[in-house]
Design a protein around this ligand. Sequence first.
Ligand code: PGA
Length: 245
Amino acid sequence: MKRLIAGNWKMNFTQAETRAFFEAIDFSNWDPERADALLFAPMLSLECALDASKRKFAKGAATIAIGAQNAHWEKKGAFTGEVSGPMLEELGIKQVLIGHSERRQHFGETDETVLKRVESLLAQGFRVMACVGETRAEREGGQTFQVLERQIAGLSKIANEKLTLAYEPVWAIGTGLTASPEQAQEVHAFLRKRFPKTLLLYGGSVTPENLASLLAQKDINGALVGGASLKPENYAQLLGIASLR
Ligand code: PGA
């Protein structure tokens, strides 16, 4: 499977900062034949990111794909503050991140609403990256696989090549505590049994220092990266590492 290095910018980067990121980044170590690149930008920076990405690669075939960090399952209606598939489609967005743990923690996202979003957006033709992962208390309580089982119960019935899964242990996100390659692989092997053909990414404090050892694991096809995707030199380095075999 071709690798994917996805960056999750979260609530960072105005349009001006988005342009500055693309101006600064040097993609010379990235081999687009070996690794795909994708950045999930905030809603108001999506159009600007798409434009900046197109300009950067105006003469070549490679592009950095741009995705949204959330979208509603309904196509329109009384859902204040939400964004719909057709609105994203009109901009040229083809990928959406769903169910990130920050959405689950701070915005009441549940396994049920995650599933509704994933199903609707896949049906609308988007590529969808769904996030799963246990909290520290759940891991310490020996419930990791039980929690994952619950989170993937609905998702595992979806057979769609446009679905990607990101395993992000909540205790590893933004903490500097990456799961060890063995811990990550243990969960990925579990997911692989349910999702034999699905791209499986690991996320949680991924950096240029630990990416290679994570990618060396059999069932890890790439990474979903928060903090390290905000620095152009770090994101470029991650793409360079994923380009090596
Ligand atoms: P992090 O974030 O790389 O900063 O830990 C990962 C994520 O939340 O997707």
